[in-house]
Design a protein around this ligand. Structure first.
Ligand SMILES: *Cc1c(COP(=O)(O)O)cnc(C)c1O
Length: 360
């Protein structure tokens, strides 16, 4: 067996230890004689799995009692509609558009009310985060929406926006559990887990209890009402059982590794290795403004499409896979999530150096 270094933006690399444990438990989960894939979501044994996953997740992020944690389906993209359906009481919300995911969320919200774009970085292909210290927040806005780490462009907020007292809603899909986060600053935080947490198929929503309403916009389906899932502890219908179990194993791994402060330290260390090289390289360069660089997604280019293609091909052959940039950006992107070991980044940089020497 040969494992590659996988720089995919998502679904993405998972901790090898977690995969090994899942393999060991595949046919017989802890003496139950069944795989987690086969067991009833109403069984005692599964109930313990989902409860423990939630408890570990809450512990990692220090989530206060007055926030609910929901394990949902439909991907992060379903939240683009679910958020306005449940939170747009006045049918007004403000969006900060810093990339494609924020833009999609903003466009979807327009179906339900007045979605204002109060700031954007589209003028320079989303290569920075706009100044969010004094925005024209709408007086009747139900919330202010951000995408905190822009997976495609590789930018991240340094500071949260001043929402002037309005609720903050954040998509943290590609930075979930990469560093500590003060949940109390948000009304709602969510992410698809397939970037940094687990296998595709689970979206985790953290929502302040008082925002869980039993009167969402008229016509909101039962399944798209937060209250449905909050009241049933994420077991209203069959949840993505196996995927939640894997997330739970990842939470245990994160706790064992030292928690989110330690992950932050590791992630900063890994990102620095790559960014320092890009800053000194004559061939490769990063594509975004330095102060907004993401710790998780690192896009870079050579400035020559043929050379980009050659690099991606040779890197793949050498065992560094999924380095192709997003189809709308081109070039390369290395996603270096929690489960990417430092050694993987060091080896990638060594490979890039060698490629630079040969091709300049
Ligand atoms: C990948 C991604 C999404 C979309 O996730 P799906 O689960 O595929 O719907 C949304 N937001 C961000 C920041 C992402 O990285």
């Amino acid at each position: 067996m040969k494992r590659v270094y996988n720089f995919s933006a998502g679904p993405a690399v998972l901790p090898e230890e977690v995969l090994r444990q899942a393999a060991e438990e595949m046919l017989d989960y802890q003496g139950s004689g069944q795989s987690v894939m086969e067991m009833s979501h109403r069984s005692k044994v599964y109930d313990a799995i989902i409860k423990e996953a939630e408890a570990d997740f809450r512990e990692l992020l220090g989530i206060p009692e007055n926030y609910k944690v929901l394990f949902l389906q439909g991907g992060a993209s379903t939240q683009f509609a679910m958020i306005p359906m449940n939170l747009m009481k006045n049918r007004v919300a403000d969006y900060i558009v810093t990339g494609q995911w924020a833009k999609k969320a903003w466009q979807e919200a327009q179906k339900y009310g007045k979605a204002n774009k109060i700031a954007s970085s589209e003028d320079r292909t989303f290569a920075y985060i706009p100044d969010v210290s004094d925005l024209p927040v709408s007086p009747d806005a139900d919330y202010v929406y951000i995408c905190q780490n822009n997976t495609i462009y590789g930018t991240k907020y340094r500071e949260l926006p001043d929402t002037k007292g309005k609720l903050l809603v954040s998509d943290v899909s590609s930075m979930f559990l990469s560093e500590p986060m003060d949940v109390t600053k948000y009304g709602l935080v969510y992410g698809g887990v397939q970037k940094n947490v687990g296998p595709a198929g689970v979206t985790i929503v953290i929502i302040r209890e008082d925002l869980i309403t039993d009167s969402p916009l008229e016509g909101t389906p039962t399944m798209l009402t937060y209250k449905t899932h909050a009241d049933a502890d994420s077991l209203y219908n069959t949840p993505p059982c196996y995927n939640i179990y894997i997330c739970g194993l990842v939470f245990k791994w994160l706790k064992k590794m030292g928690g989110l402060s330690e992950m932050k330290r590791r992630n900063e260390e890994k990102a620095k290795i790559l960014y320092d090289y890009l800053d000194g390289s004559k061939l490769f360069k990063g594509t975004v403004d330095k102060e907004y660089r993401s710790l998780m997604n690192v896009p870079f280019v050579t400035g020559n499409d043929d050379l980009n293609a050659k690099f991606i091909k040779e890197a793949t052959e050498a065992g560094f896979v999924n380095l192709k940039g997003h189809r709308t950006v081109g070039g390369m992107r290395a996603s270096i999530y929690n489960a990417m070991p430092k050694e993987g980044v060091e080896k990638l940089v060594a490979f890039m150096k060698e490629f630079e020497e040969k091709n300049s």
